[in-house]
Design a protein around this ligand. Structure first.
Ligand code: NAD
Length: 309
């Protein structure tokens, strides 16, 4: 297959690109490096079956013929999208239209990486794909949440109107190697602070929950979804749920360090509970996460140690 990966120098993109290359696909990686890092893919640049375009997907571009498009480009971390709200909305809107037009022109299959943030601060728990969400259209996080909801609407519109072969993955918190240690997401924050001997920052009282999926599991879910013919959204995430406080305690335990926490006020719109219902993924993809949290953390910490050196 000739596979286009937008956002391919970002965290999940880098892991996906490596998986695709290991299966012998030809990979066209596109990234404007707004949050991604060239060093993530540096070792791939001289491979015969890999090409990198440093390019903003909001500009229509000719990438040659493609069979599959994994459309991952977006600003994934809260810290960065709050600093780049307009770019985030443009990429979800204009960038997604450009990729859908490209898929239509090339007759390619396209998978969009949506997010659990489309559920906002959910009133149902756990969240299944039929839940329509509780999202503020004007809050600070709306630039991300609404860009994803709009992009999902675009995917469905292109599918219904032009029969574009679309897939929608609603990804929940994912972690693992190639995460940016400085991007202020929960686990990178805790691990970086732990490695530097700093106290771990907990927002609120730490009773809000998250669930964490190891990136190899997420990538497996994306690959399986791409290979089905299912057009409606599918949750990809790990249903094991931890409070933020428990998360920090487990990170300390796996790192073998003393607990040392500092508490800060909870940011506006921070969701209180998050846990995917993955019944659909199990039924349609035969997928469920396999990597245990402590095992995934060990791999992630090793990688962070290398990167921070
Ligand atoms: N990591 C998670 O926990 C998670 C959870 C839910 C959804 N997602 C989604 O999965 C995708 C990948 O997330 P990630 O964690 O790897 O984030 P990331 O920020 O590490 O990667 C996204 C990549 O997209 C690139 N990009 C952004 N705007 C672009 C543009 N206009 N043109 C070209 N490239 C652009 C960035 O430079 C970056 O390399 C994103 O769409 C994100 O919204 C991730």
């Amino acid at each position: 297959m000739r596979v286009l990966v937008t956002g391919g120098a970002g965290f999940i993109g880098t892991n996906l690109v490596r998986r695709l290359l290991s299966e012998g696909h030809y990979v066209i990686c596109v990234d404007n490096l707004i949050t991604g890092k060239k060093e993530n893919i540096e070792d791939l640049l001289d491979k015969e079956n890999f090409v990198f375009f440093e390019q903003d997907i909001n500009e229509p571009t000719d990438y040659g013929d493609v069979d599959w498009i994994f459309h991952l480009a977006s600003i994934g971390s809260v810290y960065h999208y709050l600093n780049h709200p307009v770019e985030t909305l443009k990429t979800g809107g204009i960038g997604t239209i450009n990729m859908l037009e490209y898929a239509k022109e090339k007759n390619a299959r396209i998978l969009f990486s949506s997010t659990s943030e489309v559920y906002g601060d959910p009133e149902v728990h756990p969240q299944n794909e039929d839940y329509r969400g509780n999202v503020s259209s004007i809050g600070p996080r709306s630039c991300y949440d609404e860009s994803k909801r709009y992009a999902e609407a675009l995917m469905m519109a292109y599918h219904r109107k032009y029969n574009v072969d679309t897939r929608i993955a609603r990804i929940f918190n994912t972690y693992g190697p190639y995460m940016d240690p400085d991007d202020r997401r929960v686990l990178p924050n805790f691990i970086s602070q732990g490695l530097k001997g700093e106290p771990m920052t907990i927002y609120g009282d730490g009773s809000q929950t998250r669930s964490y999926c190891y990136v190899d599991d997420t990538v497996e879910g994306l690959m399986r979804l791409m290979e089905t013919d299912y057009h409606l959204p599918v949750n990809i995430g790990n249903p094991e749920e931890y409070t933020i406080l428990e998360t920090a305690e487990i990170v300390c335990e796996v790192m073998g360090i003393e607990k040392n926490f500092v508490f800060m006020p909870l940011p506006e719109d921070d969701p209180m509970r998050r846990r995917p219902d993955i019944t659909r993924a199990k039924e349609i993809l035969g997928w469920e996460p396999g990597v245990k949290f402590r095992d995934g953390l060990k791999e992630t910490i090793k990688w962070f140690q290398k990167r921070l050196q």
